[in-house]
Design a binder for this molecule. Structure first.
Ligand SMILES: [Zn+2]
Length: 201
């Protein structure tokens, strides 16, 4: 952040000296929370789950990403041989006993020694099983986007655990509802445009 400020200052100074048109920095760049939530959404596109694609991103206090995950079957377990159903007469024929949630995978995939004191960005409010993992991993804050299962037993238990453990959770309210990654933009855009096409609500 300081670097950006410094750059801006030097440009302003340069402009006054040369009296040429100022080159302003981009104003529509992603702010950190939007960026981390977007990073949480991207790996969700890797999910094979036909009904729910969830991603999670763990960020340390220095704003560095230390873990990413999405929901999927455990490593080495052929996801063509396990069920993806939400409903079945026998629970063993549903996905629930098998699938690893995004939060679990993000924690297990961490590229740091631990995730103590980190924040987790996740598309959906974490279930009670993930709340246990978040607590035991030492994560201090959860930023979620959707709370669509708020009234279920799992989410109620999750809030109870997170509250008792003193872990903060807050809903992310995006300023824009869509971020488009356009691979072509790098070829035809000017210097002021990045590779992200940003659509305001
Ligand atoms: Zn979960």
């Amino acid at each position: 952040m300081n670097q950006e400020t410094n750059t801006e200052t030097s440009q302003v100074n340069g402009t006054s000296a040369s009296s040429s048109a100022p080159t302003k920095k981009r104003e529509d760049y992603l702010e950190w929370p939007e960026y981390f939530m977007a990073v949480a959404f991207l790996p969700a596109q890797r999910s094979k789950d036909p009904s729910s694609q969830v991603g999670a991103c763990i960020v340390n206090p220095e704003n560095k990403i230390v873990g990413i995950g999405y929901n999927g079957m455990p490593n080495g377990c052929d996801d063509d041989l396990l069920p993806w159903s939400r409903y079945a007469d026998d629970r063993l024929d549903t996905k629930y006993p098998y699938v690893c949630h995004a939060e679990l995978n993000a924690i297990m995939n961490k590229n740091s020694a631990d995730v103590k004191g980190c924040s987790m960005y996740v598309a959906l409010f974490p279930c009670n099983e993930c709340a246990k993992l978040i607590i035991q991993a030492g994560i201090k804050e959860v930023i979620y986007l959707s709370d669509k299962y708020h009234d279920t037993t799992e989410m109620t238990a999750s809030r109870r655990l997170l509250n008792l453990a003193g872990i903060e959770y807050k809903q992310f309210k995006p300023k824009r509802n869509k971020i488009v990654i356009d691979f072509n933009s790098i070829n035809h855009s000017g210097m002021h445009n990045g590779t992200l096409g940003i659509h305001s609500p």
